[in-house]
Write a protein that binds this ligand. Structure first.
Ligand code: AHR
Length: 506
């Protein structure tokens, strides 16, 4: 949580960090990833058999290394829009017998060479938890139950035995399951009305939890501030012990998913756009409260958290999905990503998970070629956050001038502020405090009084570049991390259009 006081351009900005004032536990899962059968994310991204850079499973080793560096705790799969026509049975068993299918989300052909067992193996190698999304388009409840049984059952039953036959004795114990993806979207194969979705999601949730009451179920929301969100929460966040093995401290729905992509051609509307995501989190949290109040859900049932399972900078006109959505990210986009991540930390009390969309090649910080891997600008703040901004979010007070121009979306103005210094702070379990500061001003560095830092030995990590337009290419990495030290005395200068992480031990 951060309090913001707007000051004039000629006053001195200040940041006060209260490292002993913990606000909420930061769920590690906010650093989650997402791999969809789309463009070059799976094929040519995480899976590239025959390439000398791949291992014996056909997994790209450089991608695995990057995922490990990022310490990605959970990865969503197999879509996205792709999942609306995906039949998981097509992707298991002997590869030569797997059917090729027309793919209707991105208009390609799906070979099914990579499926559930390959994804589970990849997760194991990376050291991450799988998060599966169910087909709410052409899929059936029977099929969904079969998939859950295949992944999690230890019984002597058909799909559990099929898994054994396919070479895997132990269950995969997949914890996270989403009840469809963007079912509200007109681009969706078998789009649903909110009434139809809510009815279906509730009945599926009951059946899925009867089969495995230990799973975490994620409801398909929209942006977090729509009538769809209100309606499906109201209909599904109920106190109902059916399917919970009589457990009165849980509910069928554990999380509510929202998606927001931001982008603008101009730097400041672009870098401040993720403030809409922060407002969306606040609104979703209120809608969850409202559903619980209206439905009389007792406080013994933990509040449903937000699963922000698609977020990033993306302009689908600039980088169309059907062409693989290979966005080239600028420094401005890296600042936008920093503002997204700051928001997740500030709103930690409501955040159960967030998944950058996507992990490789498709609107991604990582781009593979046949010969190597490129780290785009947005990789660097993501890496710093994932490495150092864990533990608890702590209170921070910020005084800064504010950007007052056009915003995208327009409604940001009047609902949430857009300070030039966008700040959050966290205290890790090991006693290190992290202060993350995105200075989104294109032309002004700020000399800031920073209070609450330990004097001496402040580590400084800066992500910056010549201009907000710079991008990283295979031949030149213009944006990376610069490391230095600060003695913690006097004022600290946050350079124009830069992201800075200060770290000290309390
Ligand atoms: O991440 C790309 C696409 O964006 C996903 O498939 C879909 O869920 C969203 O519209």
């Amino acid at each position: 949580m951060a309090s913001f006081t707007k000051i004039s351009e000629d006053e001195t900005p200040s940041i006060i960090v209260h490292s002993d004032h913990k606000i909420a536990k930061i769920n590690d899962n906010i650093y989650g990833g997402f791999t969809e059968h789309m463009g070059r994310c799976i094929y040519g991204g995480i899976y590239d058999p025959g390439n000398p850079l791949s291992d014996e499973h056909g997994f790209r080793k450089d991608v695995i290394e990057a995922m490990k560096d990022l310490n990605v705790p959970v990865v969503r799969y197999p879509g996205g829009n792709f999942v609306a026509t995906y039949h998981w049975l097509d992707g298991v068993g002997p590869k030569e017998q797997r059917p090729k299918r027309p793919e209707l989300a991105w208009l390609g052909i799906e070979s099914n060479e990579f499926g559930t067992d390959e994804f589970m193996k990849w997760c194991e190698v990376v050291g991450t938890d799988p998060y599966l999304c169910l087909n709410f388009g052409t899929g059936t409840l029977d099929e969904a139950l079969g998939w859950l049984e295949y992944c999690n059952s230890t019984q002597d039953t058909y799909y559990a035995n099929l898994r054994r036959k396919n070479g895997r004795e132990e269950p995969y114990n997949v914890k996270y399951w989403a009840l469809g993806n963007e079912c509200w979207g007109p681009w969706q194969v078998a789009q649903l009305t909110k009434e139809d979705y809510a009815k279906k999601a509730y009945q599926w949730a009951k059946a899925l939890k009867l089969l495995d009451p230990t799973i975490t179920l994620i409801l398909c929301g929209e942006t977090g501030y729509s009538s769809w969100d209100y309606y499906v929460l109201k209909e599904c966040v109920k106190w109902d012990v059916h399917g919970l093995g009589g457990d009165r401290t849980r509910s069928l729905i554990d999380m509510h998913s929202i998606h927001i992509y931001t982008a603008d051609k101009e730097h400041l509307p672009n870098a401040t756009a993720p403030r809409a995501a922060e407002r969306a989190i606040q609104m979703t949290s209120a809608l969850i409260d409202l559903a619980r109040i209206e439905n009389g859900v007792p406080e013994t049932v933990p509040k449903q958290t937000i699963c922000f399972d698609e977020w990033n900078v993306w302009d689908p006109i600039r980088a169309p999905g059907e062409q693989g959505a290979e966005e080239k990210y600028t420094l401005s986009d890296a600042l936008a990503v920093s503002v997204f991540l700051n928001a997740f930390i500030r709103q930690a009390k409501d955040m159960g998970m967030a998944n950058i969309a996507q992990s490789v090649n498709v609107i991604s910080p990582l781009m593979t070629s046949k010969t190597g891997i490129l780290k785009q600008t947005i990789w660097w703040p993501l890496l710093l956050f994932s490495k150092y901004m864990r533990g608890h979010s702590v209170a921070v007070n910020v005084k800064s001038p504010e950007y007052e121009g056009r915003t995208n979306p327009k409604w940001i103005r009047g609902t949430i502020e857009t300070p030039f210094l966008d700040v959050c702070a966290a205290r890790c379990e090991d006693g290190w405090v992290g202060l993350a500061v995105a200075n989104v001003s294109e032309d002004r560095g700020f000399e800031v009084e920073v209070k609450g830092v330990a004097e001496g030995g402040v580590k400084v990590y800066t992500v910056g570049g010549e201009s907000v337009h710079v991008v990283n290419t295979e031949s030149e990495e213009k944006v990376g991390i610069k490391e230095s030290e600060w003695d913690g005395k006097g004022k600290f200068t946050f350079g124009k259009h830069s992201f800075t992480l200060l770290r000290w031990k309390v």
